[in-house]
Write a protein that binds this ligand. Structure first.
Ligand SMILES: [Zn+2]
Length: 316
């Protein structure tokens, strides 16, 4: 296998701008009887070039997060598909707000305010997140269908199976191409930014289970959604171990602060998941708080932490 090429038969890896760092991602284009684009988040450069060169018939989103849907709107006459658990996001934008955690952390009224903000192209950007980006509005405007986990699509030569991999989001799915031994791992991406389970619909244990499921697929080529891009199986498995170890390291960091009882807000404000300076951004504050909450709930479940009233304290 020659890894200097970014095409595997009709499947082309489209690297994102800025090395596919968030808020860009690596996209996948399938040039078959049907021309299919997976996760149009590569950025205006590569995606406008693709649009000028070919007609995209179908857009498939692995999940509803900004960096994986941002340029859906460019493909205005393609059919748009997302997993069935998250179809509601493209029917009513408030659903995005409740899955991401805006309702949980700031309340339903705040969600309505957010929808209002993204509807206006002149809204001031948020400092560190794509919270107020108008592309949210443009790219969540319509949907043509949903797919179920395990569902198989045939585009001509290429068969694609959608693997259910919840945890990162509750409908998160990885497209798997068994005939080419290739899987697009999207946000199971081995980056320092992750593992990310900071939405109301995130789940740490499901994330770990899904990551192992993906690593166990009969595939030689793993395409991550951010930074690295194309990696061979061995490198993916090795990188994944380090990636998942970070969850335990986050637990340790939190436990070290729990020699005395502390509330969720106190712990969250310490910036143990995302550094304090980023917490001025409403969304990063929200991710940080939700991730902290999920760690605490899991530590309580495992008996490592006790909850007394509103305070958490290490069990020993
Ligand atoms: Zn994501």
């Amino acid at each position: 296998m020659n890894f200097s090429h970014t095409s595997f038969g009709p499947i082309t890896v489209v690297p994102g701008e800025s090395g596919s760092t968030f808020p860009y991602c690596t996209s996948i284009f399938i040039n078959d009887d049907a021309r299919v684009l997976i996760d149009p988040g590569a950025g205006p450069g590569p995606l406008e070039k693709l649009k000028a060169e070919t007609h995209v018939d179908i857009v498939v989103n692995t999940h509803y997060h900004f960096d994986h849907i941002a340029y859906n709107y460019l493909f205005d006459d393609a059919k748009i598909f997302i997993n069935e658990r998250e179809g509601g996001c493209f029917r009513k934008r408030q659903v995005i707000g409740s899955l991401l955690g805006l309702s949980e952390v700031y309340g339903d009224e705040w969600v309505d305010g957010w929808v209002e903000r993204i509807s206006n192209p002149d809204t001031k950007p948020s400092p560190y997140s794509p919270q107020n980006n108008h592309k949210w509005w443009l790219s969540s405007a319509r949907i043509d269908g949903t797919y179920a986990w395990g569902e198989t699509f045939n585009f001509g030569r290429v068969t694609m199976q959608m693997i259910g991999t919840p945890g990162h989001s509750h409908g998160f799915s990885c497209p798997y191409f068994p005939d080419y031994g290739l899987v697009y791992t999207a946000d199971m991406d081995l980056t320092d930014f992750g593992p990310w389970y900071g939405g109301s619909d995130g789940d740490i244990d499901a994330f770990i289970e899904s990551a192992r499921k993906i690593a166990g697929l009969d595939a030689e080529i793993f395409v991550t959604g951010h930074e690295k891009g194309i990696v061979k199986k061995g490198e993916f498995t090795e990188g994944l171990a380090t990636f998942l170890e970070k969850i335990g390291k986050r637990d340790e960091k939190i436990l070290a602060r729990l020699t005395e009882g502390r509330t969720l807000d106190e712990l969250s404000d310490m910036g143990l998941i995302y550094k304090k300076k980023f917490l001025v951004d409403d969304w990063i504050y929200m991710w940080n708080k939700i991730m902290m909450k999920k760690h605490l709930q899991r530590l309580v479940k495992h008996g490592a932490v006790l909850k007394k009233g509103e305070r958490y304290i290490a069990a020993r």
